[in-house]
Design a protein around this ligand. Structure first.
Ligand code: AMP
Length: 123
């Protein structure tokens, strides 16, 4: 699948759509999910144009990959869930239910989220 530069997260990166920003680094942007499933539900996206986890892992450079995952860790710290615990999820493709085809990681926390195989259920 080729990258669609008009996907919603590309528009957020270009400042064409708003977001509730949590964190920004050279390599990543983090913002609150518009439809949160848990008290902390933050999306972390790389600044580069990658459709999904596989595209990112295969094609991003080592600095981008490292910077991205460091930003995920920053978000866990900044949202106060590092000690209580959190779940990170990356949906890749149809069977995972990926909706937005710009690679992103969900950070879920703020309450127990260990029960589900997939996304945490709503409160
Ligand atoms: P998925 O692609 O299945 O991993 O999920 C995409 C996520 O993006 C969903 O949890 C949506 O609620 C979220 N989302 C979609 N549009 C926006 C937006 N404009 N701002 C923040 N989150 C969004």
């Amino acid at each position: 699948m080729s990258y669609d530069p008009d996907n919603v997260f590309a528009k957020i990166l270009r400042g064409e759509l708003p977001c509730k920003k949590v964190h920004e680094t050279e390599h990543a942007l983090a913002f609150h999910d518009i439809n949160p499933l848990t008290p902390v539900h933050v999306l972390v996206i790389p600044k580069g144009a990658y459709t999904d986890f596989a595209d990112f892992t295969a094609n991003a450079g080592p600095e981008e990959i490292c910077g991205f995952w460091q930003a995920v860790h920053d978000v866990a710290r900044m949202t106060g869930v590092e000690d209580s615990g959190f779940r990170i999820v990356a949906n890749k493709g149809a069977d995972a239910g990926q909706i937005v085809f710009h690679f992103h990681v969900h950070v879920f926390g703020g309450r127990p989220v260990s029960g589900s195989m997939v996304r945490p259920a709503r409160d």
